[in-house]
Write a protein that binds this ligand. Sequence first.
Ligand SMILES: Nc1ncnc2c1ncn2[C@@H]1O[C@H](COP(=O)(O)OP(=O)(O)OP(=O)(O)O)[C@@H](O)[C@H]1O
Length: 282
Amino acid sequence: MPDLAIEVESLHKRFGGQPALRGVSLRVEAGEMVALLGASGSGKSTLLRHLNGLHRADAGTTSTVRVLGRTVQQHGRLARDIRRQRAEVAAIFQQFNLVDRLPVMTNVMAGALHRLPLWRALVRLFPQAERERAFDALARVGIERCAWQRASTLSGGQQQRAAISRALVQQARVILADEPVASLDPASSQRVMELLAEVNRELGVTVLVSLHQVEHAFAFCPRTIALRAGEVVFDGPTHELSPARLRALYGTQTDELFAKPDASPAPEGRPEPFVFPQAQLA
Ligand SMILES: Nc1ncnc2c1ncn2[C@@H]1O[C@H](COP(=O)(O)OP(=O)(O)OP(=O)(O)O)[C@@H](O)[C@H]1O
């Protein structure tokens, strides 16, 4: 296994002439859990989408992306074996992770498609071993009872947990999670972040998770990379991101990075979500 899971060198991306990423460079070691923090429009999704080749960097730049030691793209050209590379990299989005009309189990087993012969994949005929793997993965995230429900009947938090189980079935070595908790209530957000941290800690999966809100970075990610207007403005231990430092980095956008206080209590047996004291922001 390579020491570096993710290497980005001088990544540039423009949309319609407007820069979205301006020379981003970063490295993530295998086994790290890193938060990608930034206010709306700072370039988090755009960066993540370059890591699995869903976006191509600007042609004519020296932009380079390597994941798990293999080149994903260079100078705006995708690697020829990009599909094979994606097999080891799972993407979890804010929503629309699942095919609504299919059972949860089928959605989760889709993580195994890259291991199946084409004819089995086409008719979705999954061997028993893959079914068992999928069931174990659902049990790990605590939604095995939903296995045969349509995906559309799951709550937002359960859908994210199903997406994590699919990543487990995929046997991904890197998880790129793009604001996976942005549309969830505090308790569900906490659970989804706990699960990502557990997968990182217990299975050694590298996790790069983009977050709007700094509280989750403090609670779950030892390291944070912060973006502002397409540039890395901080890369270091999360605990060094004091409110004063955030204020210096983000100015009037700082408030966007903190959760609004929530009156509803956390469910029994779960810790209260971390809330950074708002007073310190002033
Ligand atoms: N497909 C696209 N076409 C045109 N502009 C885009 C596209 N995707 C992103 N952008 C622009 O690039 C910039 C960065 O957007 P991006 O979605 O990466 O930010 P973000 O940090 O993920 O924001 P959010 O937290 O709101 O999701 C923004 O100005 C956005 O409008």
